[in-house]
Design a protein around this ligand. Sequence first.
Ligand code: SF4
Length: 377
Amino acid sequence: MTPWEKLEILGAAASYDHSCTGTGLSPDLPITLEGRRKIPGLYLAHTSSGRKLPLLKILLTNRCRFHCAYCVNRAGASGPRAAFEPRELAEVALELLRRGLIQGVFLSAAVEGSADDTMERMLAAARLLRHRYGFSGYLHLKILPGTSPELIREAVRLASRVSANLEFARRATLKRLAPEKEKRRLVAALVQAREAALELGKRPSLTTQVIVGAGPETDYDFLRTAQNLYRQGLLSRMYFSAYLPVSSHPDLPSPKTPPPVARERRLYQADYLLRLYGFTYQELLSPGENLPLDRDPKRAWAERHPEFFPVEITRASYEELLRVPGIGPQSARRILEARSEGGLSFEGLRRLGIRLGRAAPYLLLRGRRLPQNLSLF
Ligand code: SF4
């Protein structure tokens, strides 16, 4: 099998892992290489600064000895299998970098043999890229379940970001659907990665993925897990992946169940509220609840809290402004700046980036309601 044939199998196999910034086959990238119509594994990631980063997202191997029921790569599943040698993988990435098709690499793997054996091979590919080929761009390494602390440390040393997938919020779901994985050890991998980053003088950049809709977890469970990990400094981002039915396991939704993409979207919105808006998961949901699908979680919170509104925009704190639907961190900062520079007017509010159609019903300006008919100003 040539390296490009392996790329077809192992690029497609990597598409199920969402624990990097954004996914989606890039429509902008050239789509031919070695006579092929498209290149599996090429994705356009969206960075936190809004930049688009073409990425090779690839598995070193999809031969797995684990039996995770929700995974196409599980032991015993049908489908083509392949594995790169570390040098082959590094050279494929290098060739794509040279051709300008990618600017970064996301490297993951199934667990072939032991976690440490496979992780060693991933690290060998990463070392070649970093040290032999001088690649200094974005490199994301997945920490495989069961990797030893020394190899986690080496991954943190080489990578721009590492991730360890928790998969589920509840221990019992993990045990049932991924019998070889232990929640305790998955969380420990994040702890060890954080400690390694701090020892190496790096800012920890850690992510994880959870699977939405495969188990009985509610959105409350996911957001509680996310907030706890954020508060302990163990996570930069949690990625939510709507379960795509791949098998007919009795504990999984039937293969005809559509992926819960609307639920995934609401979880991302709620996650923003936890990380950037000062909300807590308890404010958004009660135990056992899911987020409403027919409105975004911030509006749902505002509708449940009429006592908080209207907010007087000339006096509200940054934290209070962030609670208003239609006002985000950037527009809240601009409101504070505009206030310190002499004042706010109806006309000026639009220029500050406020989504007035949403925000107007929740605001007062010098004691007066904003016009609901915004075409008037
Ligand atoms: S460890 Fe589980 S989730 Fe990862 S590749 Fe193997 S079967 Fe799939």
